[in-house]
Structures are given as C-alpha cells and as structure tokens.
Design a protein around this ligand. Structure first.
Ligand SMILES: [Zn+2]
Length: 577
C-alpha cells in the first residue's frame, strides 16, 4: 500500500507541477481537507496558503479555502484549523537512534550538583532490579571548578556500579564500583584515541574520554533486543509529538535498520528515517570495532549496498555513510588549527589524511552520500579536502556530501564548501548559551574563533544548504526549542541579554527552512516532500501560534497540536479540536 501511494505521488508530481492548485489527482478520492489555516508552505514561489487537501498520503491541493473546498467529496472530512499556523513536517537531519534506554537515567535537565545527585539517587531507588545504573546528559558546569569526579557519584551510589555519559557522548563518568569491576587502576594505560583522566597522584578520577569509554562500557551488561525495541517505539511517539515527520540517523548499523523494518511491519513507524551507516573502517570513540588494518575494498561495503538496494520506499532508505573526524570543543578533542586558549592542546584527529581520502572516495564512487562529523576548523578542512579529492579522482558530482555540526569552520573555507556542493548539518542547541557554552566552550575558543562558532548565519550568507539537527540524544530533539535558539541565541530565561554573538541569529523562516525544505534536500527527498505543494507527501504540523508573528522570546511557548505524516495523524493534542 505504501509503495502504491508513493507511485501515485510520483505520478501526480510529474503530471502537475506549475499551478499550486489545479484540481484533484486523477481518480484520487480526497479524504480530508484542512481549511482556514495560516500555512507556511516552504515554497518560495508561493510561501503562504490557507487550505490543504489530502488524498491517501499525498497533498492534492494547496491554496485558498474556496479552491480547496471544491475538491471535497460528500464524505470528505473538513478540519477547521481556526487560523492556526501550519508548516511542513519537521526533519531532524542528525539524530542517534534508538536513544536513551527506558532503563537509563536522563540527566540532561540537571543544572546543579545537588540536582544531579538527587536525580541519580531517586532513579537507583526506583530501579532496584537494575544491576548497573547507566545514564546520560551531564555537563561540566554542574561540578565544582568544572571538574568531574567519581566521588560525586560515590556519595549517593556506592553499592552498585554507575556509568554516566556526558551530554555530547564524548566522555563519561564512572563511580568507584564501576572502576573496580572494569579493573581500571592507576596502572591502566590510555588506549589509542582516548584518555583515562587521573589526578596528580596518578589515580583514575572516574572520567573517561573518547575511546577510553570502552574500558567501562565493555563490562556493562547489554540490553535485550526487546528492551531496545520498546525504547525505540517510545521515542518515535515522543518525536511525533514534537512535530517530527522525518529524521536522519547518524550512526546506523544493520541491526538498527532491522529494528526499524520491524516497526514498519508492525505499523508503528511514525517517522521517515534515512540511515547514515557507520563508516568502515570506523575510527574513533565509538567504532573501533569496525576498524580495518588494511585499505577498504568494495567487498567491505557490500552489506551496505545490499541494504540500500533493499530499502527504497518513502519510509526507510539507506542513503549515507557516517564517519567521525574529531571530538568536541568542550572535551578539547575537536581538531583545531591553533591550540585551545590557555593550553597547547589542538585536539585528537581520528583519521590519517590518506586513509580518509581513499575511504571517502570509495563510498563516493559507489554513490553514497558521506556524512563527516567535523567540529574543529582543521577537521572541517580535512573533510572538505576528502570530498574534493573524491570528486577529482572519481569525476563525480551531485553527491551532496555533508559536514556534520561544523561548529568552528575556517571562514575562508565557506566559499569552497559552497562550491563543492557540500551540505552543512548544524545543531541549533549547540548555540544555546548555557553555563557550559559561556564558561567552557567560548573561553576555550577565545575571541578569534568564538564569534563565528555555531553561527548559522555564516552558512546562510555563504548560500550553503544548511539542514538543522539536534544530535539527540546529546540534546533534546524539540524543534521549537531549536528554532528559538537559532533565532534568539538566548537561553529560555533570556540570557545573555542581547544574545550570544547576536550576529549569528537567523530569521524564523530561515530556521523553518533548515528544518523542512533543506532537510529534505539533504536526504535527496526534495521531489517528494519538504514543502507543502501539490503532489508532495502530506507531512505537516499544526502549531499553537504563528512563529513568524510573535516576540521571539515567546517561541518556546509554542505547542505542537497536530502532526500528520503521509496523511495520517501521528500526534493529536487534546487541545486540538
Ligand atoms: Zn552525532
């Protein structure tokens, strides 16, 4: 059924393109019309409309109320939008499924050490059945002198092992019981690409950076498949509630893809998902198990090619390969041209240039889009070099390779990013000027680099296609929050006054574009979705207020009232009548 409706969508889009509204699809019954709305279509030629008509999973009319009403059959349902704001369904272009286990503690809303300890203690008491306490989401700012230490966990949980990943996933904090179980002592050496943080006496303090995290992770009992599936379904429901209709997974394994196929078969899939398969050879924190000790060959990539051939519906597609070139600024592992302020540290490069060029060019040759996590200026440049190399040796164009996050690019690299047709996938929440950003991120970069770090404006000004993302579960996937940050560069409580480097602010419409039209382009789906025009998939969101007409500081009060994906409601708030 999905395939049939997809084919009809393609037919409609090829037959009828220019007029925004021009009558029903041939033979298509109009199931629902939505009238009396304030609809931002994402279509530059006709940005605003009042009404939509839906047949199956497809939009068959977008325009004025009177025009759309003429499409209705006697049994067509009419939904009065009551003047509410409608946008194309949101796409999160860089996300990490399956997300935090329903058996783990989420610390991302914790802002003080006391809250951290209280939440941890409460979770442990509520889950006496769990042999390990695992969780995620802390930032350095909650610790005295911004120094993480196992003693802060030991004070509340000492009888069970605990491991808590930091919010960006590039480091983690264990308690003493976990260190004992893992056999980590002052004698334990740093593994390649990782650090075991130690005090002056050489004793491990419980903090593990990048690949060193594996020392602890390998002794944590794995979750069952059923738990992972239940976790995935829970998060899919939450995402529909947030107005998301599509997402790009940024570290996919064949096992993860299988879990989504199961959700599709169970009719529980509430999101169109594109997969960025873990790059082979994988280098760096998460993916050393995928590392090869020889040059990559086409045979190594065959499983991904097979998956790509197998999945080609509008719901699930394998389009991309995800690699990681560096870490983060906060951990001083992002690779920079010049040292972090007050240090001689320039980060940890995960790839040797030749190896990266050979690897990227093989994927490019096989028709994959390559997504490279690169945050530091030197890592971004290394990624762009590899894309340029691949295009040169293969003679390819139109691959839409991507730099993920691109927090601190060299300004002089923007021009070549544009000219190479590279997409930048940025992360608005990285610019949320909380304590960690103001007290750690900003000072580490200093006055030469911080002013353009996470400036979404510089990419727009350079006319680079920019798709927005959350990097969930590092940060919330709440799109409204992301829009608010991109537009204000202020926290929810209005700090700092005037915004953090306000030159980086963008308009609401620009932010919406990055969550809709540009996202669809970044996944090669622009012919099918991303804007609300006749013939596109009926993926849209009804919001409680018009984002373009309110004080930007009120954006965060917006609620998602209705989410429609492929013509079906995936979320309907009780407040939406
Ligand atoms: Zn990521």
């Amino acid at each position: 059924m999905r395939l049939k409706t997809m084919l009809s969508a393609m037919l409609v889009s090829t037959l009828l393109t220019v007029p925004v509204w021009a009558g029903p699809a041939p033979g298509g019954h109009v199931d629902r019309i939505f009238v009396n709305g304030r609809i931002w279509t994402g279509n530059v030629a006709q940005p605003w409309a009042k009404a939509l008509a839906v047949s199956g999973d497809t939009l068959v009319g977008v325009g004025e109320d009177a025009d759309v009403r003429t499409l209705a059959a006697a049994d067509t349902a009419v939904v009065d939008l009551g003047g509410r704001f409608v946008t194309p369904g949101f796409q999160d272009s860089h996300i990490h499924f399956p997300g935090p286990s329903i058996n783990s503690v989420d610390l991302s809303d914790v802002t003080t050490l006391a809250q951290f300890q209280a939440k941890l203690k409460a979770f442990a008491q509520a889950h006496p059945e769990l042999p390990w306490i695992v969780g995620k989401g802390w930032g350095y700012a909650i610790f005295p002198q911004e120094k993480a230490d196992k003693k802060f966990i030991d004070a509340v949980i000492s009888d069970r092992p605990v491991y808590l990943a930091a919010r960006d996933g590039h480091m983690g904090l264990a308690n003493s019981a976990a260190l004992r179980l893992a056999g980590v002592t002052s004698a334990t050496q740093d593994p390649p690409n990782g650090h075991i943080m130690k005090n002056r006496k050489g004793e491990p303090i419980g903090e593990f950076k990048e690949a060193a995290q594996a020392l602890i992770r390998k002794v944590i009992p794995p979750e069952t498949e059923e738990d992972r599936y239940r976790t995935l379904l829970t998060h899919l429901d939450e995402m529909a509630q947030a107005g998301l209709t599509a997402a790009h997974d940024a570290m996919s394994t064949p096992r993860l893809v299988e879990m989504f196929e199961r959700a599709l078969a169970d009719d529980r899939l509430k999101l169109r998902v594109r997969f960025g398969m873990v790059m082979v050879p994988g280098v760096g924190g998460y993916s050393r198990q995928h590392r090869l000790e020889r040059p990559i060959t086409e045979a190594d990539v065959a499983p991904y090619v097979n998956l790509r051939n197998k999945l080609h519906g509008s719901m699930l597609k394998v389009t991309s390969i995800k690699g990681v070139l560096d870490g983060t600024v906060d951990a001083m592992t992002a690779v920079m041209d010049k040292p972090y302020v007050g240090t001689d540290i320039t980060g940890i490069p995960f790839w040797e240039t030749n190896e990266l060029n050979q690897t990227v060019s093989l994927y490019d040759k096989l028709g994959f889009q390559v997504m490279l996590h690169a945050i530091g200026d030197k890592a971004v440049a290394q990624g762009l070099d590899s894309f340029a190399y691949a295009a040169r040796v293969n003679g390819t164009t139109g691959r839409r390779h991507r730099i993920e996050h691109a927090e601190v690019p060299r300004l002089e690299d923007l021009r070549r990013m544009h000219d190479l047709g590279v997409i930048v996938v940025t992360t608005p929440m990285f610019a949320n000027p909380d304590e960690t950003v103001l007290k750690n991120f900003d000072p580490l970069l200093g006055p030469e680099r911080a002013p353009h770090a996470d400036s979404f404006r510089i990419f727009d000004d350079a006319e680079i296609i920019q798709a927005f993302s959350s990097d969930w579960d590092a940060f919330t996937f709440d799109v409204i929050e992301g829009i608010a940050v991109a537009v204000t560069r202020q926290t929810a409580d209005g700090k700092p006054v005037g915004g953090w480097y306000p030159a980086g602010r963008i308009s609401v419409e620009a932010a919406l574009r990055h969550y809709t039209v540009d996202g669809a382009y970044a996944t090669f789906d622009e012919a099918e979705r991303g804007m609300l025009t006749k013939g596109k998939l009926a993926d849209f969101v009804v919001l409680s207020q018009d984002l373009t007409a309110i004080d930007p500081m009120k954006i965060r009060q917006t609620k998602v009232l209705l989410t429609v994906m492929g013509g079906e409601d995936t979320w309907r708030s009780p407040e939406f009548r």
